[in-house]
Design a protein around this ligand. Structure first.
Ligand code: GLU
Length: 311
């Protein structure tokens, strides 16, 4: 690095909702290759902050599969659930800046309010891709509850960002006004769980992550994360979103859609086969090698010579 920028730090940050599948191996490999191709460090963070969605043993399975595929983090694995004090401190910081408020709305309340405003048919679901939160509790909770959701107050500013490599087709500039796309979003749910959006920003910031390489299903979260980083005084990491694998019905591969587990517990040739499948999904040709180390060398050089590497 010659431009005085901080040294490259990348990461893979799976949620332990099940073992890795072909799609998550692609995301893991892309982040690993990019880190190695830049001579950077590669970290692994298990995002275990949503227990109802987690599967016992999945974290250990994920760590084991990655290791058998030659992806060994450069620092001890971070378990996000251990970082609650830092997440709460970040909420305090945002609160002190007037950016957090207590909200008493249930999902049903939000749905009814949106329907009342004519923004949602009564049987339509509000949610991630639905209309923005209608702002019901912006001036204070409308009901008394034992526990409140803590919501982040967004504004009308345009969050502009672009995937690396800038100027490449994939690097098209994105402009998003959070008030129009998602509205005020939760930082902590009423049941006490910290939101993914907040935790990912705080933990990437603490680890000094400079480059996020992950599946394109997370493009829609990026503006929210950059906005939070800006308000927490954290540098925005560069991002690179790689294609996600879909099933024959066009749904993202996931445990919920029955994607088969990749355990990579076969011999070296089988594991190299798994890696070459993932490489193929990234548009790169297979590497013929007899050892994992040989495969890695070839794959890093493929990545370096590809459009992914430009920056
Ligand atoms: N934990 C998130 C997931 O598994 C990914 C986080 C990220 O890469 O930003 O979908």
């Amino acid at each position: 690095m010659t431009d005085g920028a901080p040294p490259y730090v990348g990461r893979f940050a799976p949620s332990p909702t099940g073992p890795l599948h072909a799609g998550s191996v692609v995301a893991a490999l892309a982040s690993w290759l990019d880190a190695r191709a830049h001579g950077g460090r590669w970290l692994l963070r298990i995002e275990d902050i949503d227990p109802p969605r987690e599967q016992p043993g999945a974290a250990e399975q994920i760590i084991g599969t990655l290791e058998r595929l030659g992806m060994v983090p450069d620092e001890p694995v971070v378990f996000q659930s251990m970082r609650l004090p830092e997440h709460l401190a970040a909420i305090d910081t945002l609160h002190a800046a007037g950016l957090v408020y207590r909200c008493s709305c249930s999902r049903r309340d939000i749905r009814l309010r949106l329907a009342e405003l004519g923004r949602l048919a009564p049987d339509e679901t509000a949610g991630e891709s639905g209309p923005p939160y209608p702002g019901t509790c912006r001036n204070g909770p409308t009901r008394t509850r034992e526990h409140y959701t803590l919501r982040y107050r967004v504004d009308d500013r345009v969050v502009a960002w672009a995937d690396r490599p800038a100027g490449h087709a994939r690097g098209a500039r994105q402009l998003e006004t959070l008030a129009e796309t998602c509205g005020d979003f939760p930082l902590r749910r009423a049941d006490g769980l910290i939101s993914y959006q907040l935790a990912v920003v705080v933990d990437d910031g603490a680890a000094g992550v400079t480059d996020i390489v992950r599946g394109s299903d997370l493009v829609s979260s990026t503006a929210r994360q950059h906005d939070l980083a800006d308000h927490l005084g954290l540098p925005r990491p560069r991002t690179l979103h790689v294609p996600v694998l879909t099933d024959t019905r066009g749904r993202k591969l996931s445990k919920q859609t029955g994607a088969p587990a990749v355990l990579a517990d076969g011999d070296v040739a089988t594991r190299i086969g798994v890696l070459n499948d993932a490489l193929g999904q990234l548009g790169l040709t297979p590497v013929v090698a007899a050892t994992l180390a040989g495969w890695q060398e070839g794959a890093v050089s493929r990545w370096r010579g590809s459009a992914w590497q430009q920056r």
